[in-house]
Design a binder for this molecule. Sequence first.
Ligand code: NOJ
Ligand code: NOJ
Length: 633
Amino acid sequence: MMLRTVVSTLTAISVSGVAAQSLPRQYTSPADDLSSRIETQNGISLQGVLNNIGPNGAKAPGASAGVIIASPSTEDPNYYFTWTRDAALTMKMLVDEFIHGNTGLRPVIQDYLKAQAILQTVSNPSGALYSGRGLGEPKFYSNETRFNGDWGRPQRDGPALRATALIAYARWLLSTTDSADYTEVAEEVWPVVQNDLNYVVQYWNETGFDLWEEVRGSSFFTTAVQHRALVEGIVLGDQLGHPTDAYTAQAPNILCFLQTFWNGQYAIANINSETPRTGIDANTVLTSIATFDPGAECDNELFQPCSAWALANLQVYVDSFRTRYSINSNATDGSAIATGRYASDVYYGGQAWYLTTFAVAEQLYDAIQQWNTIKTLTVSSTDLAFWQSIYPSAQLGTYSKGNGNGTFESLVNAALAYADGFTEVGLKYTPASGALSEQFSGDNGIQVSARDLTWSYASFVTLRGARLAATSDYEQVPSWGAPSGSTVPSTCESGSTVGQYVPATAAGAPAGAGGCTLIVTFNVNASTFFGENLYLWGNVSELGNWIPTDALAGSANGYTQDRPLWTFDVELPADSNVRYYYLRKEPDGSFLYETVDRMFTNLECAESVGPGSTTIEDVWVGPTGTPGKKMLF
Ligand code: NOJ
Ligand code: NOJ
């Protein structure tokens, strides 16, 4: 009961403190009712986020302090984990709210910092801290332990997004005159950020899974947020007197690579991938809001919300959903609709998503803020079709604010009305309680998939801030330095700087963590049938400590007719003894165990010659499964 009180106090502060002081001043369109509905939903959304954060969140029992669960849903789907991406995007929002005067959020930010310092040291199926590879793990249990199950990993956006959230907090700490704040940023925040930036410069050029955890390749979103993190990391590192040369060396390479996703009409969500897709995907719209800089102009290279590229892309993306959901069928071209991740999505039927529908509105609100700041708006051949879809008489040209002919104002108002339309659509399918799930049905608007999705709530709070910034002199977010980070090199180079990864002990990482680990590849020949999977287990946490459900899932990527190869890449402490053997998981969930006990001694640290240096070759010994067994049940 005490715990509940703490959480509601926080919210009381947020709703009365932030909302009241910052109602839009200039905005007098018919949307006054919309403004007040947004304020109500904003309060509910902020509370929805806080409910999902340990240790006191009403819907996050058992979650460690500062751990942000994705959703309280424990089955169908089980989202009772913390995803680095969802948590970081949410924390960025909370830091921005804190900076706007919601002082009650500071302990939540500090708990998050500590939780991340711990999570950085938790070795996992992506790897360990020592090599940096472990930072790419997408999700952990809510009690800060590793998840060994099969998953789309690594996901390389997480470290960058976490760095961005923490750098936003660091900027605030550096803006005060309190020496304790300086100590906090120098000794606690920076070490966590530094590991994440080192990860970016070492691994940005390697493929990984996209933000939807489905496509292995290079993701536009991941690449863009990596670039942003480095640019702002350079400034912070310089301010704190740390070496930033590696970041300075790689940031332009990443920006150069980012340009290669543009195909002349839209940004392709994933490249270097074997998954056949159109590439039209909310990935790219989320990119424009995640890298929005109010101090930037409408740069295509940085995919700023007001850029011709990002607007053309927005139209292509939105139009891909016009005939996708029957709830959109009454909407005419150029009017707002419900959108989802990408048109061919099948996850929970590939329904409409709140966070993507809200992202469309947010991109446009951000763009309006940019046009108002630079006081000019250019309609180019690249985005003419977008403009004509929402303002049929739009013509090519550059229009200035307040020049008397009103074209600038008409265009901005059309964009605002269009943006508000997406906000309205999301709210229309929000129940009276204000609860936001992950998806809502494209047939009837009923909520689908995970309930109380933290990211859905966070996406509404950022939408609300962006709308205030578009319609008043509210400053939602500060510049992250995009204007100084936008020079694209004339030739692209790939690159990588091997970094050092050190546990952020002052921030809360356990003492003694982060010791030398070596990557060991376990190869086992085991003929399996479709639906039967191989696992590896053993007497160490990396191999699930003999708990079958924590056993490590294998990869059959190298499995051929000639060689029934299952592979496990495991990062194990140097000079350690491991007992292990393999198991098969049958389609009905039962396990078949090998009938041998295997032993392995890892090399000493100094003997390491990099990834792939140690490979163990095994052959399955034990019972084999029967195809079709599942049919008997
Ligand atoms: C497939 C979904 O599309 C993806 O987003 C999700 O995270 C995974 N399955 C795991 O549920
Ligand atoms: C599935 C989404 O596709 C992914 O982006 C997200 O991280 C997880 N669900 C958790 O919310």
